[in-house]
Design a protein around this ligand. Structure first.
Ligand code: DC
Length: 227
């Protein structure tokens, strides 16, 4: 059967990765979490003291960029893909609030995006990919056969994210999570390179009032229509 590219973009904590993962599994496609790459790049900056003084040192990052290697490997026990930074499994660390608070400035750097987009496009060459992020339908795969733009109210998104972080044992509050995601959305939508915006040919999905099962059914219907 013909394979296609599926691009899922949208605001922070809309449940994009849950929907992309579930859909990919059901249709036998590979799921790629592009946000994990920007998160891993942020961890690299922290490990190399590139935030000294609070601001990201872009010059130093440019010099160190050749030492930044990100890859994905499947965890055989869970069957889920995990993120590796220079050979080290960083899947858990990159999901922390510490990384969430610093990732947007890193993701706004033009040369970082250029490198990530190049790698993401290489991953999509054979099609059969579901990739989620902010610029997948607009920059990474502008010719993707199916593009979804996901949104939900900020309060609902903050509530979902808080539940996720709390379940992992992270101490944070609703206000802190809401502030973080509103700030990230602002930086992600207003940056010069690859800003978050809806592709003209994307299907908009507001999942504020949808269950995961309802959302999944809808996506499967769209997928079947496209192939
Ligand atoms: O989807 P996420 O929350 O894991 O993404 C982390 C950050 O990375 C998010 O604030 C924006 C950035 N990002 C991006 O700029 N482009 C992408 N394709 C994916 C994520």
């Amino acid at each position: 059967m013909k394979k296609i590219l599926i691009a899922i973009d949208g605001y922070s904590s809309c449940g994009k990765s849950t929907m992309a993962k579930t859909l990919a599994k059901q249709i036998g496609y590979t799921y790629i979490d592009s946000g994990a790459m920007y998160r891993a790049a942020t961890l690299f900056c922290l490990q190399n003291n590139l935030f000294a003084g609070g601001e990201l040192n872009g010059e130093a990052l440019k010099k160190r960029l050749p030492d930044l290697h990100i890859s994905f490997e499947e965890n055989r026990e869970t069957g889920l893909s995990e993120t590796f930074l220079n050979g080290e499994n960083v899947e858990r660390r990159i999901r922390s609030m510490e990384i969430a608070a610093k990732v947007s400035p890193v993701a706004a750097v033009g040369f970082v995006r250029e490198e990530m987009v190049k790698q993401q496009q290489a991953m999509g060459l054979g099609k059969g990919i579901v990739m989620d992020g902010r610029d997948i339908g607009t920059v990474v795969f502008p010719d993707a056969e199916l593009k979804i733009f996901v949104t939900a109210s900020p309060e609902i998104r903050a509530q979902r994210r808080l539940a996720e972080l709390t379940a992992k044992g992270e101490k944070t509050t609703f206000e802190e999570v809401l502030h973080n995601l509103t700030e990230r959305d602002y930086i992600d939508s207003t940056r010069k390179d690859g800003p978050l915006r809806q592709a003209e040919d994307a299907v908009v999905l507001d999942n504020s009032d949808l269950t995961i099962a309802e959302q999944n059914q809808y996506l499967l219907k769209l997928f079947k229509e496209r192939i």
